[in-house]
Design a protein around this ligand. Sequence first.
Ligand code: SAH
Length: 408
Amino acid sequence: MGKGMPYVEKEHTGLRRGKRMTEKQGKNKVCSVSARCGGCQRIDEPYEVQLQAKAVRFRKMMEPFCKTEGILGMERPEHYRCKVNAAFGEDRRHNVISGIYEEKSHRIVPVDSCLIENEKADAIIVSIRGLLKSFKIRPYNEDTGYGLLRHVLVRTGHATGQILVVLVLSSPILPSKNNFVKALLKLHPEITSIVINVNERNTSMVLGDREHVVYGKGYIEDRLCGKVFRISPKSFYQVNPMQTEKLYGKAVEYAALTGKEMVLDAYCGTGTIGLIASEHAGRVIGVELNGDAVRDARSNAKRNQVKNIQFYQNDAGKLLLQMAEQGESLDVLLMDPPRSGSSREFLEAAARISPGRIVYISCNPETLVRDLKILAGHGYRVERSVAVDMFPFTEGIESVSLLVKHGG
Ligand code: SAH
């Protein structure tokens, strides 16, 4: 993929409408490695066709519940991923390569620039690859266990322009560390922080547990819907910040808060949705299983001087059950579970507490539909639902649905 690519639709208009190209048919024009990488299942379709197909699929899946309100697409759907990860290795001739793992394998497909990744992040990864030889840094070899550099992770702040580079090493010592950092900053003065992460294990997890900051603050900040969020190397943060604003905007709109409500942000991650909703609500509580995310959520509350929010580290189902048993009341439930969806325990406890409104944010329409059926059995009706294209060129469908309690 060349830089500054024009809008992809031009390349494709009139070509193979709706059909996929296989490797046998020839290489994709937009990306020469798409067949091996497998990340962009819809790369051969003009963006408008992708949007249409996702909207239709979502409408059909939601047919038993409500009429959907279409899909919110992007004006420029390329290079939306603000988090980019490159694996490092060697080819057969021992040249250093960096890129993406081939689908379902650990073979590296060399990638210099990618249609959906942030372009600055890609350029930084290429520069790092270029520096390795003169610094005598070898990429890590998974089979032999030799070599130092395993991955480079780059996180970029869409609104702030801040850039965090994480060098994932197989051991804690980076030779000539200071000179390496200096050389990288000379090539990319836009980098605001560099962190070394040590991953000594033989694992498919990218990041290890230990990290030390070698330049800057060790994290970036980004702004979403007027609030500032801290993003550390490991925090969950939506990968497409432009569309995330639309997604959260819809969630807050559906919640129809008046300033008095008691709100629960379930599966809250770093607290983004709850913090954005907090200024329209009476009180918000957030619940999240991951300890690092809860720590970030608390610091995000302080950073934004939000006083009417509290975060709990717990299983969302357990917390909701406790609330139900203690007879607590809830006006609005915001929920954003992982791909696997919510649990029966959670949904039944939610029905017992019986909030007037439930706003269900989902990244997987299959589990959404499954969960909506359970809630429908408890008197909840889906009143509104919209898809948001968070992952252009891929199959992913993100959505927000509003459920209202009837007859309760
Ligand atoms: N709402 C957040 C995060 C959504 S991702 C955002 O928009 O950024 C889903 C989150 O659910 C992850 O942070 C994951 O750690 C958390 N999670 C997964 N299972 C959970 C459970 N059983 N209870 C609470 N949180 C859970």
